[in-house]
Design a protein. Structure first.
Length: 326
């Protein structure tokens, strides 16, 4: 019971922290997995990290709830320690039998800290079976806002006459404000970049254009701005990648941050996509196609193609083999 009192000693409020729905069968004296064994199990999972510190396990009651749309943030480096750690975590979680939602469990709460790369993890180990129950990423990530076409001006306006000759004000009116999720935390300069869990900007090909940055996470640009393309790439690939991982549960498909060059291919009209990333070329003809859901990137004011002729295709890679979803 928590009692809040005023400065003169009068009761202000009370809060009862007693959980009446915890079953009597959860007896700490009857656990089958001790703290040392729980720590050993976390150490095996954390083997990919050379520089790691495993905290003292703490026994606690945990009410099981699925993480939903908050899976651990994937790794930008496919073969790096974080990627291998998450692969081991996924395998361990798939072996367990999921308890019914709302079930109370006795678990060991183990904290894992690593350096190079710097990560902070919270792992819950079932104190009765030793199975991994849950892994939470304790690092803080950022969120921003931007403006994009979603999906494109023809659809949102219903005006099939729109083209690159349309006044910029008309095109800008078809932008929508969106939330940019899962951004990496700001580096030492304090400015957020369009780099995150599922996609990051990479200036791989000419023309070389610096990606936009913002100290407050505001990425709002005119439809004719080169920076608008970066926002389109980030938002649409991030949303589609997150859909694959969370809604469809395809954990082994595209399970890393995709390198993307929003304005590349040396200014030619082709766009490419491989297991190494995607790059978008500038379209100057009357047709338009691209390799991602950001198909409308090349149908902006710098191109002459009507949006209605564009077709989208996401090209992904699963263990080196192409996987395509139209």
């Amino acid at each position: 019971m928590i009692i809040n009192i005023t400065a003169d000693g009068r009761p202000l409020s009370g809060f009862n922290q007693y959980h009446y729905d915890i079953p009597d069968t959860l007896d700490p004296a009857r656990v089958k997995i001790g703290p040392a064994e729980a720590r050993q199990r976390v150490a095996r999972l954390a083997a990919p990290y050379r520089h790691r510190d495993i905290g003292k396990p703490r026994l606690m009651v945990h009410r099981y709830e699925p993480l939903g749309e908050e899976p651990p943030k994937p790794s930008r480096r496919r073969g790096g320690p974080r990627a291998r750690f998450l692969a081991a975590v996924r395998a361990a979680l798939q072996r367990r039998r999921r308890p019914p939602i709302g079930t109370h469990l006795l678990v060991w709460d183990v904290r894992l800290s690593t350096e190079r790369p710097r990560n902070r993890w919270r792992l819950l180990v079932d104190a009765m079976t030793g199975r991994l129950v849950e892994v939470r990423d304790q690092m803080a990530y950022a969120r921003g806002r931007g403006s994009v076409y979603d999906p494109n001006p023809i659809v949102t306006s219903g005006d099939v006459t729109l083209s690159s000759a349309t006044p910029v004000a008309t095109l800008n009116a078809q932008r929508v404000s969106v939330r940019l999720e899962r951004l990496d935390p700001a580096p030492d300069d304090g400015r957020l970049h369009l780099d995150g869990a599922w996609v990051h900007m990479e200036d791989s090909f000419a023309p070389h254009v610096a990606e936009p940055t913002s100290p407050i996470g505001r990425f709002v640009f005119s439809a004719t701005s080169q920076s608008f393309l970066d926002v389109m790439v980030y938002f649409h690939i991030d949303r589609f990648q997150n859909y694959l991982q969370t809604e469809l549960g395809l954990l082994d498909v595209g399970d890393s941050s995709v390198p993307a060059d929003p304005l590349g291919e040396t200014g030619t009209g082709g766009s490419t996509g491989t297991g190494a990333g995607v790059a978008f070329g500038v379209v100057s003809s009357n047709s338009c196609s691209a390799l991602t859901t950001c198909v409308w990137l090349r149908c902006d004011a710098r191109s002459r193609c009507p949006w209605k002729r564009a077709r989208s295709q996401m090209r992904l890679t699963r263990r080196g083999m192409p996987f395509e979803a139209s």
